[in-house]
Design a binder for this molecule. Structure first.
Ligand code: PEP
Ligand code: MG
Length: 875
């Protein structure tokens, strides 16, 4: 950076700016990686802090370094200990070597996922290669917006560093080094034992050790040499666990230098194992607020996903649990090339129309030939095909002279980007569906069609970067034993389909998936999130035996899940499912749900531009009810506002949306919408199977107003007897006033997610507080106890439908407090039933009353974890 003007470094995201001293990692707080600042982010999009080249970007995408044209290297490390997430929750938006503009998107990350798995989200922004450079005009602590200036990098005057002097003597091959210098030289080859290879922290330790030495030290790996003093150069070697590196030192203290580098690696190893313990013992990874949590925690604990297999194992996220042995079968997707320029508006418009008609007919055929899940997904694809926004955009492009294919692709990609920008993983996964429809249309334009059947070998384990729903449905189920994807999401449509087809599936296996050879025998442990890529014969034999045993046990397990649930002493506990779609309802029944304890109706219509009318709502509710058979369906009335905005219902801006118009307050402010929903719900047949649940209740008056409206509509519809009505206990006010509410309703359902948020005054979506927003806080437990006691006195049901109901540690405590009904995500049901069957209510009561006396959620968890009843294996 010779006579370069100052380089301005910009905030990569919104958040809170603070000093590096605040970062709980000596590598950063001790400035080992360089000087800079730290930011606690509040958004999940990392923007380039300056223009330059991306010089480090690990496969796990948790950090990135930009080299400015002047040679300064700026490292942004998202959170601390995030390498252990193995890429889970991160998605790089650029490639290594790419030249980027300041402010360009570099990495997207899911704040929630990362916060749960990280020690902290505090993100250091430091000048990693800082020889001859210093920083000035450092931003003071406080709120910061993306793009605000963080600091400036300038040349430090009168500073001459050893590395500047000796850089030219750096050589490419270690063998040349030994005799290249008149002074002593020394060399040692070591195997890197670090789980995540030479990532930021070990690279910093090596660089720090190297800087203290007089000797010139280089590190050779993969045929490339890096100056050991440069953190980014070491990181850029991309050394992974188990790989060899050669240290070479030249100079008077060469032998000592090698010892120092060895010692630095040793320190890194100790730090890693200490961090590993801290993370695996961290409550955040143990809390399960939904079924995904145990698998996600397992993946986090499993650690690695930095690209390659470690000890022959690639780690991923279980999307569909199961175990399989089979032959890796690669599915490569053909890139469809489209001409940009079209043959005139009329011609291209007609072509697109025809192609869409062909695809529509085909989707209808495919949907009709499959089960409920396949039918629903095909119907969703027809929706995309006919989406007015996309069709309008495509028509505009055609009018501008583009070809039909070009126009359709551009319109689709625009929508994909819009979905991805919402930062909601559920919506982001819908992007795959759009891409699926895109390829159908492009093929149709070429006069082709996606083959309905793809030939695969027996025992096929599909290995691909990602898979589209139509690609999955084209596979022969009889030959398919598992699916392993490098990318993908656990709630994508393809995962839902795989679950419906009962095919074990792993997602997020990373780029290491590319190295799995076509035809290789592999073992898929989708329970543990592991793909064994090079099993030996004994391992394969053992795995085959395990598959056979599972098959034998399976029918017994299913039968057990379908049976009623009683604790060891015979107390009946009802287990319901939380649903957001018809596919969920199918899964719920298969998993032994006794009905639906919470239908989040707003989820049915979340990605729409217009409000669903009465008929559409009624059809959706009826479909779910039909999928549930005669089982009860607790339908929650619109819970809009706060953390659940709806596109078609713009609400006025509020300073504190969580404390403003949400839940029943929104419903009462928009009686037109509430009336439509009530009419739709009350028309589901047979009448009475649907029970209604009012969200976010504070006052008895709210319940009475809704009930009056229900009675009015029932009279209009000529419905018979009263329908069951419940209120959610999500505010401390509702819990404290449960007895009064019970005089007006038939049941109460505790929404522990919101009840915790409002009791602890901690935003449920606040990343930095994620580890403390815990429903097992004794204050929340006291409110649950109060509600349960009111229920017992009134002889009415008290259910828990918040995330805590699926938390293994919490279940005995809830039963001990008097809760007799739980509603959880479908996949959690068998395990919860198994756990409850092994506990005695008297033991649960004893545990619960001790928990009520404690001072924090951590103490509750620790006490509960020490008792055998939380394991479900009690005698
Ligand atoms: C809750 O608050 O616990 C609940 C079940 O409702 P939601 O998570 O949909 O707000
Ligand atoms: Mg809620």
């Amino acid at each position: 950076m010779n006579a370069e003007p100052p380089v301005t470094i910009l905030a990569p995201f919104d958040g809170w700016c603070t000093g590096l001293d605040e970062v709980p990692d000596p590598v950063f707080s001790g400035r080992m990686l360089g000087d800079g600042v730290a930011i606690d982010p509040v958004s999940g999009i990392l923007l380039a802090p300056c223009a330059g080249e991306v010089v480090t970007l690990p496969a796990s995408a948790h950090a990135v370094t930009i080299r400015t044209p002047g040679g300064a290297e700026v490292l942004v490390h998202i959170g601390i200990d995030t390498v252990q997430l193995g890429g889970r929750g991160f998605a790089a938006q650029v490639k290594l070597g790419q030249v980027v503009e300041a402010g360009q998107e570099l990495i997207r990350f899911e704040l929630d996922t990362v916060a749960r798995g990280a020690k902290t989200l505090l993100t250091p922004v430091v000048v990693a290669a800082s020889d001859g450079l210093t920083i000035r005009h450092r931003r003071a602590a406080g709120i910061i917006k993306a793009g605000d200036v963080l600091f400036e990098i300038v040349q430090a005057r009168d500073v001459v560093h050893a590395s500047q002097v000796t850089q030219t003597s750096d050589v490419a091959h270690s063998s040349e080094v030994t005799h290249a210098s008149a002074s002593a030289s020394s060399q040692r080859t070591v195997t890197v034992q670090l789980r995540h290879g030479l990532h930021a922290r070990p690279a910093a330790l090596l660089a720090q050790a190297a800087k203290a030495l007089a000797a010139e030290v280089s590190i050779l790996a993969h045929g490339r040499t890096a100056n050991a003093r440069s953190v980014t150069a070491v990181m850029a070697l991309g050394v992974r666990h188990g790989e060899e590196v050669t240290f070479t030192a030249r100079g008077p203290d060469a032998a000592h230098a090698i010892q120092q580098l060895d010692a630095a690696l040793e320190t890194a190893l100790h730090m890693e194992s200490a961090a590993g313990h801290a993370t695996t013992g961290d409550r955040a990874s143990a809390v399960s607020s939904a079924v995904a949590a145990p698998s996600v925690a397992a993946a986090a604990m499993a650690g690695e996903n930095s690209g390659g297999a470690v000890d022959g194992v690639l780690r991923g996220i279980p999307a569909v649990a199961g175990f399989a042995v089979g032959r890796a079968t690669r599915i490569e997707r053909r890139e469809i090339v489209v001409e940009e320029h079209g043959g005139g508006m009329a011609h291209e418009g007609a072509q697109l129309e025809q192609a869409r008609a062909n695809v529509r007919a085909r989707l209808t055929r495919v949907g009709g030939a499959g089960g409920a899940t396949r039918r629903e997904i095909a119907a969703a694809h027809v929706e995309f095909l006919d989406d007015p926004v996309m069709n309008e955009a495509a028509q505009e492009l055609i009018a501008a002279g583009k070809s039909a294919g070009y126009a359709w692709r551009a319109a689709t990609r625009r929508q994909v980007q819009a979905l991805e920008a919402l930062g909601d993983s559920r919506l982001r996964e819908r992007a795959d569906d759009l891409l699926d429809v895109e390829s159908h249309v492009l093929l149709a334009l070429m006069g082709e069609a996606r083959p309905m059947n793809l030939t695969i070998p027996d025992e096929a384990v599909i290995v691909a970067d990602d898979l589209l729903p139509s690609e999955l449905t084209a596979l022969d189920r009889r030959r398919l034993v598992a699916i392993c994807l490098g990318r993908g999401g656990a709630t994508s449509h393809v995962a839902i389909l795989a679950a419906a087809m009962d095919v074990p599936m792993l997602v997020g296996l990373g780029t290491g998936i590319h190295a799995v050879a076509d035809g290789a025998m592999v073992i898929v442990d989708a329970d543990a999130g592991a793909l064994h890529v090079a099993p030996d014969i004994p391992a394969l034999d053992a795995a085959r035996a395990a598959v056979a045993t599972r098959l034998t046990n399976r029918s017994a397990e299913r039968a057990a899940a379908l049976a009623d649930c009683r604790s060891l002493d015979g107390t009946r506990i009802e287990i319901f499912a939380n649903l957001g779609s018809t596919a969920d309802a199918v899964a719920a029944v298969e998993n032994g749900a006794e009905g639906c304890g919470l239908l989040r109706t707003e989820f049915l219509f979340i990605d729409r531009e217009t409000a669903p009318d009465e008929r559409e709502q009624r059809d959706a509710y009826q479909a779910i009810s039909t999928a549930l058979g005669a089982r009860p369906l607790v339908l929650r009335l619109m819970d809009v506002g706060g953390d659940k905005p709806l596109k078609y219902l713009p609400l006025p801006h509020e300073e504190n949306p969580a404390l403003g118009l949400r839940g029943v307050r929104t419903a009462l402010a928009r009686p037109d919408l509430l009336r439509t929903q009530l009419r739709a719900a009350l028309r589901v047949e047979p009448f009475g199977v649907v029970q209604l649940l009012i969200p976010m209740v504070t006052d008895v008056a709210e319940v009475i107003t809704v009930r009056t409206l229900i009675e009015e509509i029932n009279a209009e519809l000529g419905n018979g007897p009263r329908i069951k009505l419940g209120a959610m206990i999500e505010t401390p006010a509702a819990a404290l006033n449960a007895s009064a509410l019970l005089r007006e309703v038939d049941f109460l359902s505790i929404g522990s997610n919101d009840l915790t948020q409002y009791t602890l005054a901690m935003d449920r979506g606040h990343a930095a507080l994620a580890g403390r927003t815990d429903a097992l806080h004794p204050a929340v437990l006291k409110l649950i106890a109060l509600t349960a006691n009111a229920g017992i006195e009134a002889g009415k049901t008290i259910a828990v439908c918040g995330g805590v109901a699926a938390d293994r540690i919490a279940v005995p405590i809830l039963l001990g407090l008097g809760v007799r009904e739980l509603s959880v995500v479908p996949a959690a049901i068998p395990a919860i039933k198994r756990q409850i069957r092994a506990v005695r209510i008297a033991d649960c009561r004893a545990l619960a009353s001790r928990c009520l006396e404690l001072g924090s959620a951590a103490e509750v968890r620790s006490l509960a974890a020490q008792t055998s009843i939380t394991s479900g294996d009690a005698p």
